[in-house]
Design a protein around this ligand. Sequence first.
Ligand SMILES: [Zn+2]
Length: 275
Amino acid sequence: QPWRRFVLIFTIANNMLRLHYFDRSGLIISRPTNILKNPVRLLEVLNTLTLAHPNNLGYDPTMHMCDPTCKGSHADLRENAVGWIESHDKSHLSIMSVLWRSQGFFSRGTICYRVQTSDGTEYALKDCWVAEDKKNHEVTVLKMVEGIPNVVKLVADWDVLYDGESDCTYRIRASHGVCASGFIRRFHRRLLLTPCGEPLVLYSLKLELLRAFHNFVTAHELMLGRHVLHGDLSPNNFIIHDGQGYFIDFDHARIIAEGAVSVPSEGTVKDLQLS
Ligand SMILES: [Zn+2]
């Protein structure tokens, strides 16, 4: 899997064994155990790691990436699929490729997949861990800009469920009673979007690129008319589909208050550079 729900790492230093638990909200380190004084504890750890169900090692049961042993053996997937991911109706969407994944474990951990339904309809699927106070922010913004040409369209959004409940970094921590002050709950969310295009840098002709920029300027003005400032104009946040440019990624979008003419800056501070 491109990412896991959480990662467990064991370290031994000066004969002291520690467990390090990482998820999107941060890190927890266990109290140390001396493996010379308590060798059974070390055996228990090795035993647990070896026999644990993959779910208990952080694997996400709502998706699957194929390996050489299973590739091509899934009757419900599209040809050339590299895996599947659960949709909001529990059906399997075929993963055709991983479009983009964020670096580092903390924070959103965004991954974008190119997916297809069983009838071949293609979408972009965004998988991310969103802070509780921004849980529905991107969805709210996408609904505000719905219908504007050259802006990616939201098809569906949902909480990823684990054991029948919304998957959240709080669930594991609460069971150990270790939610420190400043802890931010992050919810595992998925957004299904259309169209699924190519990165801006893969433009085929300069004319196509110029046309895409014209699309962006027009769409940006229309979004401002609906009190939405995209706020993160970096090359990663534009795609080209069928010769048209589209805005994507509204994580950093700002909603401009009625009557206001500016919002505090946020997002990627980078010039768009063309080479
Ligand atoms: Zn497989």
